[in-house]
Write a protein that binds this ligand. Structure first.
Ligand SMILES: Nc1ncnc2c1ncn2[C@@H]1O[C@H](COP(=O)(O)OP(=O)(O)OP(=O)(O)O)[C@@H](O)[C@H]1O
Length: 309
């Protein structure tokens, strides 16, 4: 049994089928739930929280049945909704304390936990400001803090990077990773950007038009390509010099950006050869690493076109 299990889960909104016969098992750790806009990600989360009813099928969250035990589920699960839900004329500290109280924490514990989680998400001093004046990144952090205040075993984070610039996006993904690895809370995190969650997820679930397309460990997506990537540094055109020397030794290689891509799988002496060649050429070896595929590459190869995006 996983922390989330679904059997034949189906949701129809009138004529629209948002989820179709979903059979899914999700284990502990960080799971990325990816799919294009409208794939059914938010619908799945809302059904698992008991906020909306499934049309057909059944599901359990941490062993609790979603239809009969919604209250128990909400005491052990946190939820960061996709859309802005923060009252603008309330301070973050008061809001998060209130959410803690709503989840059953006594007043003192709620105040302590609220201060703790706001600090963890990077809103230390700012917690005394009204949330109406917050940037998008700060609002996302406040939403995340309220999802964590009652110390849940599992959190649902719906598009936590939405509307963030690249730096804030990176910060949010690091926070997601920290929740999973340092705090030991299991995470189900959604994104419509297929590759975005690769860095932080142990497992990836892909939805497409309400159907389950894949459910796999991230490492299975990002398998070794058999190629080696080398980066060198030196005076003049160190990359070309190194490439020409390797080619002269019969090593198939070509430039890839500022890297040299080497395609010689199965040569056991390759690492030594590259190191010796760098020494002979008088260049510094900055990087020598196996090349891994990215989740987007897997879909591009399989589908012959772009993956859900
Ligand atoms: N309340 C509703 N009434 C009617 N249709 C809905 C409702 N909520 C969602 N839908 C439809 O159900 C489908 C799945 O929507 P859902 O919001 O679950 O997808 P999503 O993967 O979360 O997409 P997004 O990233 O855009 O939020 C879409 O076709 C959407 O238009």
């Amino acid at each position: 049994m996983g922390i989330i299990d679904t059997q034949g889960l189906t949701k129809r909104y009138g004529q629209v089928t948002a989820l179709e016969g979903l059979d899914l098992t999700i284990g502990e750790g960080v799971t990325g739930l990816v799919g294009a806009n409208g794939a059914g990600k938010s619908t799945l989360i809302k059904i698992l929280l008991g906020l909306i009813d499934a049309t057909e099928g059944s599901a359990q969250v941490l062993g609790h049945d979603i239809r009969a035990e919604g209250d128990q589920i909400r005491t052990v699960v946190g939820y960061m909704p996709e859309h802005d839900c923060l009252p603008p004329d309330v301070r973050a500290i008061d809001f998060v304390v209130h959410m803690g109280r709503m989840s059953g924490l006594p007043p003192t514990a709620a105040r302590e936990r609220a201060a703790d989680v706001l600090r963890h998400v990077g809103l230390a001093e700012e917690r005394y400001r009204l949330m109406g004046g917050y940037s998008t990144g700060m609002k996302q952090r406040a939403k995340l803090a309220q999802a964590l205040v009652h110390d849940p075993r599992l959190v649902f984070l719906d598009e936590p990077t939405n509307g963030l610039d690249p730096a804030a996006r990176d910060d949010m993904l690091s926070l997601v990773s920290k929740i999973g690895r340092e705090f030991g809370i299991s995470v189900l995190v959604t994104s419509h950007l297929l590759g975005e969650l690769e860095r932080v997820s142990d497992h990836v679930v892909v939805l497409d038009g309400g159907h389950l397309l894949r459910s796999q460990a991230t490492t299975e997506f990002t398998s070794d390509t058999g190629l080696l990537l080398v980066e060198v540094m030196g005076t003049g055109d160190a990359q070309t010099d190194m490439g020409e020397r390797l080619a002269a030794l019969g090593i198939p290689c070509r430039p890839r950006g500022k890297l040299i891509e080497i395609n010689a799988p199965g040569r056991s002496d390759l690492h030594d050869l590259i190191r010796d060649t760098a020494v002979d050429a008088g260049v510094g070896l900055v990087r020598l690493a196996a090349d891994h595929r990215h989740i987007e590459d897997v879909f591009r190869e399989e589908a012959g076109h772009g993956a859900p995006n």
